[in-house]
Design a protein around this ligand. Structure first.
Ligand code: PFF
Length: 450
């Protein structure tokens, strides 16, 4: 069966694809402002500890199940179940994962479309097409629809080309570009006046906040979203990994890249905000806290770029290009979850499955765009606050309780004959059985009660 499916041709290919899924708008946009508003370096410390001790084990649960079953989440959870009832519950969980992944893509593509539009706006602005530039940056129905469709089409194009020729090839090209672009931007911004103040705010630890339960749960939620957990993307990518690869090592590298880029992004965004302040741009909201989320990206940063003359235009193009790439490598992983299911379990050819599912997702995005004020935040809350933690919980239960311990060990031995003597094997099974589900339940309870 494995031979008829796609497979990553190299370790590098998998690492680029999986870290491409993980590194997205959440890292570059979400993490730095959350850190800044929640105790700076103290948030960073909590985030690092949680990412390695909890998100990493949950990521491993998905990767190991996926690699063992060499199939999509629906079939994979069925395959490791011991009774028909558990198999059906697992399959339902896998199905829910496909739906949540598609819904995440439906709002993610809208935001990604804005990134592409802002990148183009600076480009056409440079050529003197002011009117076009204004259309591209103004929040309008036409602009939103065109760029969402464009972005989904781009995503579908890559996924249609297949695991090796599409996902792996493009992740291998785009991820190094993303990392280099990020480093160049950081180096540039750090030379500007006001940047050190931003660094100080980012790195100044306020430990009185880091111990609050709310902050810990928030950091964990951020880590789960950032590592693309709970919706089967990592399970599907794990299913394309060759049997002789050492999975705990690969998962560790992906986690490390994801965290490093989130932390690095802080070295760009925070100094940039304080450079903006220096240049007369307002960076604090009415309540005195730092402006974040959409206002930060689409108002504060463009205002900053505008104060920088022609250099600002180049920086703006580079920045929004960076954001577009980050979003694209994440969105292909979201689409691949459903495409893997349609091709393997429903016998639909990839060249039909990817465009058809993409059309369905575009339809969902259209609905959101038409009723933006109600649907946009509702879909985000539903999928990332409720869907991801709850499904992550199911994956951990299946890896920890439903799947027999022997089966898990055998899977790990494929890539590491000494697996049972490893530190990973001494700790991970308990984590995934007890610690991860308990903590995920806490996030879920908090999200429900909040
Ligand atoms: N990890 C992505 C980010 O940080 O932007 C978001 C994401 C990708 C969430 C893929 C879920 C997913 F399935």
């Amino acid at each position: 069966m494995a031979s008829t499916r796609g497979e990553f041709s190299s370790r590098f290919g998998f690492i680029m694809a999986a870290s491409g899924s993980a590194v997205g708008l959440g890292n570059i946009w979400g993490f730095p402002t959350q850190a800044a508003g929640n105790g700076g370096a103290a948030f960073l410390a909590v985030y690092l500890v949680l990412a390695f001790t909890l998100a990493y084990p949950a990521l491993m649960a998905e990767l190991i199940i996926g690699r063992h079953a060499h199939s999509n989440p629906v079939q994979a959870l069925r395959a490791i179940s011991r009774t028909p009832l558990l198999a059906n519950i697992g399959a339902a969980g896998g199905m829910a994962g496909l739906v949540i992944a598609s819904l995440i893509l439906s709002f993610y593509a809208i935001v990604a479309g804005w990134m592409v539009a802002f990148c183009l706006a600076s480009l056409v602005g440079l050529m003197g097409a002011e009117e076009a530039s204004q259309w591209l940056t103004a929040f309008g129905l036409g602009r939103n629809l065109v760029f969402t469709y464009l972005f989904i089409a781009l995503t579908a194009l890559i996924v249609t080309a297949g695991v090796k020729q599409g996902i792996e090839r493009w992740s291998e090209r785009l991820m190094p570009i993303l990392i280099i672009t990020l480093l160049v931007l950081i180096a540039y911004v750090l030379t500007l006046e006001g940047a050190t103040e931003g660094l100080r705010v980012y790195l100044l630890p306020d430990f009185s906040r880091s111990l609050s339960p709310d902050l810990i749960l928030r950091a964990l939620g951020a880590a789960f979203f950032s590592l693309s957990l709970g919706v089967g993307t990592m399970l599907v990518y794990g299913s394309y990994v060759k049997d002789d690869e050492n999975l705990p090592l690969l998962g560790g590298v992906v986690t490390l890249i994801d965290i490093s880029i989130a932390v690095l992004a802080g070295f760009l965004i925070m100094p940039a905000m304080y450079v903006a302040l220096q240049n007369g741009v307002e960076i604090f909201g009415e309540d005195g806290t730092l402006i974040s989320e959409d206002t930060l990206i689409f108002t504060v940063l463009p205002e900053l770029f505008a104060t920088m003359g022609t250099t600002g235009v180049i920086v703006s193009i580079t920045f929004f290009f960076l954001m577009s790439i980050a979003a694209l490598t994440s969105s292909i992983s979201m689409l691949e979850v459903s495409v893997a299911y349609a091709t393997e379990s429903r016998g639909v050819k990839r060249r039909w499955a990817a465009p058809l599912i993409a059309c369905g997702i575009a339809a969902a995005s259209t609905l959101i765009i038409f009723d933006f004020s109600n649907l946009f935040s509702m879909v985000i809350t539903l999928t990332t606050r409720y869907g991801q933690p709850l499904l992550g919980f199911i994956f951990c239960l299946y890896a920890g309780w439903i799947w027999q311990r022997d089966g898990v060990l055998q899977e790990l031995r494929k890539g590491n004959p000494d697996a049972e003597h490893s530190l990973f094997w001494k700790i991970w099974p308990w984590y995934v059985r007890l610690v991860c589900p308990t903590i995920i339940l806490c996030i879920f309870a908090q999200a429900t009660l909040a």
